[in-house]
Design a protein around this ligand. Sequence first.
Ligand code: ZN
Length: 102
Amino acid sequence: MGKRKAARKPTGPKKDKTTLPKTFECLFCSRNDAVQVKLDQKNGMGYLNCKVCNMRFESTINSLTAPVDLYHDWIDANDEVNFPQQKKKRVEDRPPASDEED
Ligand SMILES: [Zn+2]
């Protein structure tokens, strides 16, 4: 009497879904997954660099900073450099002038 082999379930490569994305598209060379982000929580610094065009950026971080946050900081910083005229103007919300009524 031979034992029946239990049908094996196909096991694909396990992906750790809890891992946050750490690679992003580069603003300069437009390569996907070319920009790598490193967060140095001990020193409160985040480092970003593109492995394709060697673009670099660094910024201060805190314990809540995620790699994507640093990436957005980089985008913001480059927006200011590339488009100084498009700097966000502070628009004061003035209440509508009320005409004096009788
Ligand atoms: Zn690049």
